[in-house]
Design a protein around this ligand. Sequence first.
Ligand SMILES: Cc1ncc(COP(=O)(O)O)c(C=O)c1O
Length: 473
Amino acid sequence: MRVPMDYASVMARRGEIMRSSVGIDYDKFTTGRIAFDYERMMSETGYALDEVKRIQRESNVGDTPLIELKNLTRLVRHISEPGRGARIFVKDEANNPARSFKDRRASLSVHNALMKGYKGVVAATSGNYGAAVASQAARKNLSCIIVQEVFDSLGFEQPEIAEKGRACEAYGAEVLQLSVGPELFYIFLLVLEETGFFNASLYTPFSVAGIETLGTEIVEQSRTLTGRNPDAIVSTHAGGGITTGTARGAIKAGSPDTLIIGASVDLHGLHMASDRDFNRKSFTTGHTGFGFPFAVWPDRSDVPRNAARVLRYLDRYVTVTQGSVFYITEALAQLEGLERGPAGNTSLTAAFSLAQTMDEDAVLVVNETEYTGAGKHPYAQIAFAKKMGVEVFRGDPTEEKPGKNIIIPLRPEQIEAEDVDLDRLRESYVKNAGKSLGDEALMTAADIEFLCEDTRLSRKRAEELLSENGVSF
Ligand SMILES: Cc1ncc(COP(=O)(O)O)c(C=O)c1O
C-alpha cells in the first residue's frame, strides 16, 4: 500500500520519521510528563569532550585564535569612566572551514551520521549551519540536502540567505529553496523519509556537544593570554546552542564563574513566520525572533528534546539595535582590520557597551566571528532594506523601530546593550510547560524539579507560577 503523502499524514508520522532519522530513542530519557534526564541524554548520546576534540581536529574544525581587540578596547576606555573598560577579546571562528562556529556542530553530526551508516545528511536551515553541514559532508563523501526558507510570496529573496544557499551549493549540496510558511517542516520530513538520510538537526546532543569545545578553548586561551579566566563571555544568541554549548564547555574547563551573556538583535514587533515581515529585517539570525521563543520553549525544535536549554545557563541577556550592529561591523574592520559579520558582530556590539561598565583588568570575550561578503555584507543588507521600504539614516539608535527604520548611531557613546528581563522569560517558560500538558494540567514532583533546573527558578516560585497558570501538582 502506498504511504499517504498529504500534509496531515506526514505530520502524523513525524515521531517515527524523527526517530529513524536521528537515531535517538528520546523516550528512554523521559522521567515525568515534561521532565527528562538532560544530563543522561547528553552523556549517553553525546560524545565525551576528548572524543569531540579528536573528531574536530581530524575535520580541521576548532582551535581558532582568540584575538585581543586593542583598538576597540582603547575606544571603549576613551568613552568610559576612569578605571572602566574591560579588555575585549574575540574568538575568531571565521577561521573554520565553512567560516563560522557552526562547523563545530556540523562536524559532530556528520561524524555521527557516518558512524551510524547513513548515506547522507539533511538539515533545515537558512543559516551558516547549512554551509557547515555541506562542507563537513563533502569531506566525508556523504550526500547533503539543505532545506531553506528563502523567498517571500512576491519572490524577493533575502540576500544573506541567498549567499548561504550559494555556499551550500559550492560545497556540492542540493539546496531546496522555499518561500516563508509552514511547508518547510513538511518538506523537511518528506525529504528525510524519502532518502533515509540523517537529520543533522541543530538541536541534538551531538550538535551541542560539538560547541562545548568553543567554551573550553576560550577559557584555556584566556588563561594563556591574560593569566585569568574570562570574567564574561558574550555570545550572539538565537536558538541557544552557542550559549548552552559554550557555557557547558566553560564549566568543563573549570571556569563555572564566568558570566554567560546572550546578545540578540532587537527585532521586536516583527513576526518570523510573516510573509510581510520576513524581508523587513536585516539580520537572519542572532535576533530576538529566535532568541525569545527558543528560550521560553526550547522543545519547539525539530527534535523531541532540544539539547540547547538556555535558561539553565544564561546569567544575563541583552539586545542591541540593527543600526548599532552595522556601526560596529564597520568599526571592527576599520579599527582592527577584521572584516567579519554579520551575526558575530551582534555580540561584539553588546560587548562594546558592556565593557564600559566593567573594570579595566576584566576580560570580556566576544563569542564569535563569522565570514562576510555578498549578501551578508551591510551594504547588501542596507540596499535590500531600502528596497523593502525601510528607512535608513543616522541618528539616535534608541529610536529604531524594527521593520520601519534602521538608525546608524552618530557616535560610539550611543551604542547601548539593553537588558532583557530573564525572570519574564522564566515565567513564560512555566506557562508554556503548563500549556504543553493539554487538558490534564497536572505535574509530578519530577516535573517540578525539572522545571526548576531548566529555568533556575526556586521551587517556591515555580509552584506559585504553576498555580497562577492553573496547573496542579
Ligand atoms: C555566526 C552565528 N553566530 C551565532 C548564532 C546563534 O547560534 P544559536 O542559534 O546556537 O543561538 C548563529 C546561528 O544561526 C550564527 O550563524
